[in-house]
Design a protein around this ligand. Structure first.
Ligand code: G6D
Length: 346
């Protein structure tokens, strides 16, 4: 594999130069990422006829990647993905308050989470690594966190995303990062999810209350609209779930395999297998959008134009220990990996 890395400055109203880095694996596969939010803006791959196109949905205007607090297109998410009830948790009998950016709750690490930070950037032999020392004063979470996010091409057209978090303080913090990539395997994104099949290795989802806060209960989904254990037509399942009164999917799945999901397009042969070392996957079908936002190729954003698949420890873990442990103790260091295995079905 002959990896080449190029970079360019994008025009935007910002004091810190907005930089885009493109990493090509020499095999017809490449990705691009930004120093704001360690954002993945593009992932290009061939189809069965050799047409190479971006399979991610993202903003058309670079400036939108700097100001967005709604869609998180391609953003690294942290310190904690998902929602934290009341933006608070108890640790060693101490009440620890976090930033509250969705009513009383914390969503995606608060407004100053990973997605909105300017990251330092270094080139690796096979990709890019973003690093940042995040003080509590920066994002409102306890403790100083030394964080890194690397995007690298590994064997066989696999894009590995590796998060590390080291707590260099005397008090505990939380660490459950993810990526907020939205996939649409069609060249023309206005075709939406046509031709897409999805499978998710899970038999249960996390029950959510009216504010999308985990209740601590798991729901069995076998033979329901939420069941993707068998590869399913995504548009058909979307229609089924809407018949239950939901606006689409926005659900945490408790996964049963390290290959947590497979998204493929039967028309053009593109296939992405998502691997993770954690027990949760949030599936969001972009249910509500504002049409004034322009995305790929200048098209207006519309509902269900793509799907977000976000590997993480199950949301709610900080209040429901049986969901997992996202506490990063003083002096502790943790590493999490997500792998996109890209292929083309002839
Ligand atoms: C909505 O509830 C959803 C989240 O899951 C998603 O991450 C966000 O939009 C972009 O808040």
């Amino acid at each position: 594999m002959m990896v080449t890395i190029t970079n360019e400055r994008l025009s935007a109203q910002t004091d810190i130069p907005l930089k885009k880095y493109t990493v090509d694996n020499g095999n017809g596969y490449a990705f691009s990422c930004l120093n704001i939010g360690a954002t993945l803006t593009s992932l290009t791959m061939p189809d069965k006829d050799g047409n190479i196109h971006n399979v991610l949905l993202g903003f058309n205007e670079p400036q939108d990647f700097i100001t967005d607090q709604t869609y998180f297109f391609g953003k690294a998410i942290g310190r904690v993905g998902g929602r934290i009830k009341d933006g608070a948790f108890q640790y060693n009998n101490e009440h620890i308050q976090l930033p509250q950016n969705e009513g009383n709750n914390t969503l995606h690490g608060g407004n100053n989470g990973f997605h909105s930070l300017w990251w330092d950037v270094s080139a690796l032999g096979n990709g890019i690594i973003f690093t940042k020392t995040i003080q509590s004063e920066t994002d409102g979470f306890p403790a100083k966190l030394i964080a890194s996010i690397s995007y690298t091409w590994i064997s066989g057209n696999q894009l590995q995303i590796e998060f590390t978090g080291e707590n260099q303080s005397e008090i505990a913090t939380l660490f459950n990062p993810t990526t907020h990539n939205y996939f649409n395997l069609n060249d023309d994104k206005t075709a939406g999810l046509g031709g897409h099949q999805l499978s998710i290795r899970a038999r249960k989802t996390v029950e959510l209350d009216e504010n999308q806060i985990p209740t601590g209960k798991l729901l069995t989904i076998s033979d329901t609209a939420y069941d993707f254990n068998k590869e399913s037509n995504l548009l058909e399942k979307l229609e089924s779930v809407k018949q239950t009164g939901a606006s689409g999917f926005d659900d945490p799945y408790k996964v049963t395999d390290s290959e947590v999901a497979v998204l493929r397009n039967l028309d053009n042969g593109r296939c992405i297998r998502i691997h993770s070392d954690r027990n949760g996957l949030v599936f969001y079908s972009l249910n509500a959008t504002e049409s004034k936002i322009t995305v790929n190729d200048g098209h207006a954003l519309s509902p269900h134009m793509a799907v977000a698949l976000e590997p993480q420890t199950l949301p709610g873990a900080v209040h429901h220990p049986d969901f997992g442990n996202i506490v990063l103790d003083a002096g502790d260091k943790k590493t999490y990996r997500i792998i996109y295995e890209l292929s083309v079905d002839e």
